[in-house]
Design a protein around this ligand. Structure first.
Ligand code: SME
Length: 149
């Protein structure tokens, strides 16, 4: 899937969507159109934790509540910076969800400079994410930020 095409389609999806299923639709789109994206989820900040919202993948994760500052997700939510992890087994912050996961990307969702959530994507392929994924997902996170309260 071409990143520009995906960006345009997601933009259209968001503009045309009136219902509360929007975050799930975007998760579904990413999961269905990028083969490398083995698990896609959106966490929402609630007080000092990240709470799992819509997700798509073969299995549910036990990490439905992650304290800010913990794991890859919590680190991204604390720093406000995208985390690109080529090998999850070499990062001691990593909170394991699925035995098949090899690499991960977490992109914070910011609204008026405040971190309100994170997009978390796991891949069963080692080193599956690059700067283009980061750039693309940061744009998607920005679009989503307007729909998170
Ligand atoms: N691996 C994440 C936890 C969430 S699961 O990947 C779905 C982390 O280290 O924060």
């Amino acid at each position: 899937m071409d990143y520009d095409v995906a960006e345009r389609e997601i933009k259209k999806m968001i503009a045309g969507s009136k219902n509360s299923n929007l975050l799930q639709k975007v998760v579904d789109y990413l999961y269905e159109n990028f083969e490398r994206y083995s698990w896609v989820g959106i966490y929402i900040v609630k007080e000092n934790d990240l709470i799992l919202g819509p997700w798509r993948g073969e299995h549910a994760t036990e990490h439905t509540k992650i304290p800010i500052g913990k794991g890859i997700c919590g680190s991204a939510a604390q720093s406000g910076k995208t985390e690109l992890i080529p090998d999850v087994n070499k990062d001691n912050r990593y909170l394991a969800c699925f035995v098949s996961t090899r690499s991960e990307i977490v992109v914070p969702i910011k609204k008026n400079k405040k971190i309100v959530g994170a997009v978390d994507i796991d891949s069963d392929i080692p080193n599956a994410f690059n700067k283009q994924d980061a750039f693309f997902l940061e744009k998607i996170a920005d679009m989503l930020s307007k729909h998170i309260c």
